[in-house]
Design a protein around this ligand. Structure first.
Ligand code: PLP
Length: 398
C-alpha cells in the first residue's frame, strides 16, 4: 500500500466498503491515467459529468482566465458578476421561453432543494409527489423525494407530505390534486436503471399538473447537456416543466448546478421574507466561466447529435452481443445514456470487475444492481467505442 493509498483509507471518509481505489495521475478526453502508468477508458464519465471529455481544454482555459480575475466575492445574487450573467443568458437562449431565469447552486441535490422550496413558496401548498425508482440527491429534502426506501429509511423522519407514484403509470396521475405543490421527476430515470417512460407519460403528467395547479419539476441533473441525444431530455417529448434542475456535466468538470424557472415564479424567493433562499458559493464565478465554456463547446460541436449517433451504434452492437450471449437480459437507453441489464447482481459485479481489470470503467446504477451504466463522454471517438465494446464482449463471454 502506498502512503497515499493508506492515508486515503485512513483520512478520507469512504461511502462504500470497497472503493474502486484507482490512484489518479491525470485525465484527458475519455481516459483516466493512474500513477502506476495504466490508462482506463471511462465509460461512466465519472459519474455523468465528463460529457465534453475530461480536462477539456476550453474549460481549463476559462477556469484559468477567471481565476486570475476574481474568485468568490459575495454571497449569491448581490453583485453583478459577468460569468454568472453570461451563462444564465446562454442557458435561457437554449431553453423554452418560460425557463429563462437561473438560480445557480453547487450541486444537483441543492438544485432540487431549491426547486422544491420554490414550488412550496409559489403555490403556498405543502404536498410533494415523486416517483418510485427516482433519485434526486442526498440532502434531507432531496432524499425525501428519492423513490427508494432503503436510502430514506435510515434518515427518517424526513419531509412530511411526500407521496410516491409508480413511474410511467398514467392511471396513477389521478392522485395529483390541488393540495400538491410540486411533482418532481427525471424525464428518464437514471439510478432507477435507465428507465425511459412511454411517449404519452410526460405529456400526460404535464397536463395533470397544469389541471391541478401543481408545479412540474424536471430533474435533468443526469440527462441534461446532450447526454440523451438532445440538449435536454425533455425535448424528446416536447414537454416543458415549470422548473428545470441541472448539474453534473453543467460545469464541465467544476461543481455547478441550477434550478431554472420563469421570472414570475422565481420572484417569490425575493419577497416574504426577502433572502428566503440564499447560498454563499452557488454560481461561483470560476464554475460559471467553466459552465459557459462547456455549454458553448457542446453546442458548437453538436454533441447532442454525436451522442445520438454514437448511442445508436453502441446500442446496436450491445443488442447484437445480446443475441450471442445469455448473460444480457436487456439493452435500453437514449443517446449515450445506456443501461445493460444482466441476469443477477453477482454476475453484474463480476462483469464490472473484469472490465476494470481490462482497463474499462463501468458501474451499476444506484437502485438497480443488475443494470450496468454505460455513459461515456459524448466526445468518445469511434476507436474508443470499438475498444470499449471489445472489452465488454470479452468480459461477458469469459
Ligand atoms: N438528480 C439526479 C437525477 C442525479 O442523478 C443525481 C446524482 O446522481 C442528483 C440529482 C444529485 O446530484 P449531486 O450529486 O450533484 O448532488
Amino acid at each position: 500500500m502506498t502512503s497515499l493509498r493508506r492515508r486515503f483509507r485512513r483520512y478520507v471518509c469512504q461511502t462504500s466498503p470497497h472503493p474502486i481505489g484507482l490512484e489518479i495521475d491525470r485525465a484527458s478526453g475519455s481516459y483516466l491515467y493512474t500513477t502506476d502508468g495504466k490508462a482506463y477508458l471511462d465509460f461512466i464519465s465519472g459519474i455523468g459529468v465528463a460529457n465534453i471529455g475530461h480536462t477539456n481544454r476550453a474549460v481549463v482555459k476559462a477556469v484559468k482566465t477567471q481565476a486570475e480575475r476574481y474568485l468568490h466575492v459575495m454571497v449569491y445574487g448581490e453583485y453583478i458578476q459577468s460569468p454568472q450573467v453570461e451563462l444564465a443568458t446562454r442557458l435561457a437562449q437554449c431553453l423554452p421561453k418560460n425557463l429563462s431565469q437561473v438560480y445557480f447552486t453547487n450541486s444537483g441535490t441543492e438544485a432540487n432543494e431549491g426547486a422544491l422550496k420554490l414550488a412550496k413558496k409559489w403555490t403556498g401548498r405543502k404536498r410533494l409527489i415523486s416517483f418510485e425508482g427516482s433519485f434526486h440527491g442526498d440532502t434531507h429534502g432531496a432524499c425525501s423525494v428519492t423513490g427508494r426506501e432503503i436510502y430514506r429509511k435510515p434518515f427518517e423522519p424526513l419531509l412530511p407530505g411526500v407521496a410516491f407514484l409508480p413511474f410511467n403509470d398514467l392511471d396513477a396521475l389521478k392522485q395529483i390534486d390541488d393540495s400538491v405543490a410540486a411533482v418532481i421527476t427525471e424525464p428518464i430515470q437514471g439510478e432507477g436503471g435507465m428507465r425511459i417512460p412511454d411517449d404519452r407519460f410526460l405529456p400526460a403528467l404535464r397536463a395533470r399538473c397544469t389541471e391541478a395547479g401543481a408545479l412540474l419539476i424536471f430533474d435533468e441533473v443526469q440527462t441534461g447537456f446532450g447526454r440523451t441525444g438532445k440538449l435536454f431530455a425533455m425535448e424528446h417529448s416536447e414537454t416543458v416543466p415549470d422548473i428545470l434542475t441541472v448539474a453534473k456535466s453543467m460545469g464541465g468538470g467544476m461543481p455547478l448546478g441550477a434550478f431554472i424557472s420563469s421570472p414570475a415564479i422565481m420572484k417569490s424567493l425575493s419577497v416574504d421574507p426577502p433572502l428566503s433562499h440564499v447560498t454563499t458559493f452557488g454560481g461561483h464565478p470560476v464554475c460559471c466561466a467553466a459552465g459557459l465554456a462547456s455549454l458553448n463547446f457542446i453546442v458548437e460541436n453538436d454533441l447532442p447529435g454525436r451522442a445520438k449517433m454514437m448511442g445508436e451504434k453502441l446500442q446496436a452492437a450491445l443488442r447484437k452481443l445480446g443475441r450471442e450471449c445469455d448473460a444480457i437480459r436487456a439493452v435500453r437507453g437514449k443517446g449515450l445514456m445506456i443501461g445493460l441489464e444482466l441476469a443477477s447482481p453477482e454476475q453484474t459485479a463480476r462483469f464490472v470487475q473484469r472490465c476494470l481489470k481490462a482497463g474499462l470503467i463501468l458501474g451499476w446504477t444506484l437502485h438497480t444492481n443488475t443494470v450496468v451504466r454505460i455513459a461515456p463522454p459524448l466526445t468518445l471517438s469511434e476507436k474508443d467505442l470499438r475498444e470499449g465494446l471489445r472489452i465488454i464482449e470479452k468480459a461477458l463471454k469469459k
